[in-house]
Design a protein around this ligand. Structure first.
Ligand code: COA
Length: 158
């Protein structure tokens, strides 16, 4: 099977997407295109190239976090003239149930991290922040080097 990652558009088949988390399914189906039009977040999909079926998706937006949320070892290396630190929010991330446990989440996370890395060369972003939906999601992100922020239920990746 060949996959392609790209910004969501009206040809993508969203209706049957089911990742096991209804909020994430509904976001893709009912809100992702509106958010994109309003420039609130960009939704990237991973599609099966043969039938345009969405296999997974994630969203990216500009974001900032207070300097105090940064782990102390890193905070000490930053100038204290910045109250807010620019970061990128990986707001939502999901793989369709029929494709879970096949390494596709790993593939799509690398795709997202690469995109963030290259964008940060022209629009500065200190780190990537994720908002895990539950304990399982925290474990998934930790596996790839994300750190749980001390004062937030968010994870952080440098
Ligand atoms: C969490 C999720 C994205 C994982 O996607 P996936 O395609 O099943 O994951 P992969 O098969 O690529 O797994 C990659 C690695 O992560 C591990 N992993 C997967 N889910 C995990 C979990 N919940 N906890 C810990 N590790 C996990 C796998 O064991 C695998 O490890 P390996 O590389 O050593 O073999 C997917 O289960 C999902 O969409 N869940 C519902 C929505 C959700 O929780 N989104 C998370 C962000 S809010």
């Amino acid at each position: 099977m060949k996959y392609i990652s790209k910004i969501i558009d009206s040809n993508d088949n969203k209706s049957s997407f089911n990742c096991g988390q209804i909020q994430l399914d509904n976001y893709l189906k009912f809100q992702s295109s509106q958010d994109f039009k309003r420039k609130l977040s960009v939704c990237f999909v991973l599609n099966n190239e043969e039938n345009n079926q969405i296999v997974g998706y994630y969203t990216l937006s500009n974001y900032s976090i207070p300097l105090d949320f940064i782990p102390i070892e890193l905070k000490n290396k930053l100038p204290n003239s910045y109250n807010q630190i620019p970061v990128t929010l990986l707001g939502r991330f999901a793989i369709d149930k029929s494709h879970q446990n096949k390494g596709i989440g790993k593939l799509l996370l690398i795709d997202a991290l690469k995109r963030c890395y290259f964008t940060a060369m022209t629009i500065a972003s200190f780190a990537i922040i994720v908002d895990p939906i539950d304990e399982n999601a925290i474990e998934f992100y930790k596996k790839f080097g994300f750190i749980l922020l001390p004062m937030q239920e968010k994870c952080f990746y440098l």
